[in-house]
Design a protein around this ligand. Structure first.
Ligand code: ATP
Ligand code: MG
Length: 283
C-alpha cells in the first residue's frame, strides 16, 4: 500500500484530487479525516499543509506527495522529483512599490525584503552579491511594504493581480513553479512498482488534457491536404465510407486549434466534422 500526501486545503487540493480521480482512484470523501482510503489503486491519502509535504515524504511518513516546486526548493529535503503535473503554475518574484524606479538587482542592496521563502531568496541574493535583510513572515507577504515591514517582497505571483492591488510591481522573476509529484528515494521495490503504475496513469490523463478527438469526412482526393491541417499521432487512421469517393479521418487535435482547423477543413471540402472529448491517451 502506497501513501500519498496531498494538501489538506488550498490551491492544490482540488486539482490533486481530480488528478487521482481521473487516474481511476476514488478517494473516500471525508474532509475531517487525516487519512483517507481509496478504491481502484492500493493507495491511501494523508492530508497535510503544503509546507509539510516535502518533509513528510523525505521522512517516509508518506511515500509520495503532490506539492508546489516552490515548497520543495524552499524546504531543501532531498526528495525525488518524479513528475511535473502541469497545474499550480506560478513563480517566485521580487516586487517593489510601484512608484519606485527599478535600477536592476542592485536596487536591493541594503533593503529589507519580506518573504515566506527565505532559503530561495538567500541563495539568489548570495549569487548576485546583494546584501539585503530578509524579514520572514508566513502570511499576507504582499501587505508588508504598506505597513512598513519591508521595502520589497519576494513572493508567489501568478497573474500579478494581488501585487497590483497592493501597489506593488514585479521586477525580478526568480523561480518558476508548478505542482510536482515527489517521492521518497528509499522506498521498497514493491512500492516503486506501484509508483511507476501510478505515474503511467497520470501520464495518460495529462496527455489527453486540452486534446479533442476529431472525425471528419473528406473526398479521397483531398485526404493529403486534410492531413496537412490535422496531422496524426503516428500514421493517419483512414476509414472508407460507403460512398467510394469519400473517407473518414480520425485523429487528435489540440482543443485551442479546433475552430481554426475546422474552418480550414471546410475550405478544402471536408464535411460532417465531429469533435469528441477524450479521456485518456495511452501510447
Ligand atoms: P497551506 O495551508 O497548505 O500551507 P498555503 O496557504 O501555504 O496552504 P496555497 O495558497 O493554498 O498555500 O498555495 C499552495 C501552492 O499553490 C503554492 O505553494 C504554489 O505552489 C501554488 N500556487 C499557484 N498559484 C498560486 C497563486 N496565485 N498564489 C499562491 N500559490 C499559488
Ligand atoms: Mg503553506
Amino acid at each position: 500500500m502506497l501513501r500519498i500526501a496531498l494538501q489538506a486545503k488550498g490551491r492544490l487540493n482540488e486539482d490533486s484530487l481530480n488528478l487521482l480521480k481521473e487516474s481511476g482512484i476514488k478517494v473516500e470523501e471525508s474532509k475531517r479525516k487525516l487519512i483517507s482510503v481509496c478504491e481502484g489503486f492500493p493507495v491511501e491519502v494523508v492530508y497535510l499543509r503544503d509546507d509539510d509535504i516535502p518533509q513528510a515524504v523525505y521522512n517516509g511518513i508518506a511515500d509520495i506527495g503532490i506539492v508546489g516546486m516552490n515548497e520543495v526548493s524552499e524546504r531543501g529535503f532531498k526528495v525525488e522529483n518524479l513528475f511535473d503535473l502541469g497545474f499550480g503554475k506560478c513563480r517566485l518574484s521580487l516586487a517593489i512599490p510601484k512608484n519606485e524606479e527599478y535600477t536592476g538587482s542592485d536596487y536591493f542592496q541594503g533593503k529589507i525584503i519580506a518573504t515566506s521563502y527565505p532559503n530561495i531568496l538567500k541563495k539568489y541574493l548570495k549569487k548576485n552579491g546583494i546584501n539585503a535583510k530578509i524579514e520572514i513572515i508566513t502570511g499576507s507577504v504582499e501587505i508588508a511594504p504598506s505597513i512598513g515591514m519591508g521595502d520589497a517582497i519576494f513572493d508567489i505571483v501568478s497573474t500579478g493581480g494581488t501585487l497590483i492591488s497592493n501597489g506593488l510591481k514585479e521586477v525580478e522573476p526568480i523561480l518558476k513553479s508548478e505542482a510536482v509529484l515527489i517521492g521518497n528515494p528509499r522506498i521498497s521495490r514493491e512500492k516503486r512498482t506501484l509508483v511507476k503504475q501510478l505515474i503511467f496513469r497520470i501520464e495518460s490523463v495529462l496527455r489527453s488534457r486540452g486534446k479533442k478527438y476529431i472525425l471528419v469526412n473528406v473526398p479521397n482526393d483531398r485526404i493529403e491536404k486534410a492531413l496537412k491541417i490535422i496531422p496524426s499521432m503516428k500514421s493517419p487512421t483512414l476509414l472508407p465510407l460507403a460512398d467510394k469517393e469519400w473517407s473518414a479521418i480520425h485523429t487528435v487535435i489540440d482543443e485551442k486549434d479546433i475552430w481554426e482547423k475546422t474552418e480550414q477543413l471546410k475550405k478544402i471540402g471536408a464535411e460532417d466534422i465531429l469533435i469528441l472529448s477524450m479521456e485518456k491517451m495511452i501510447p
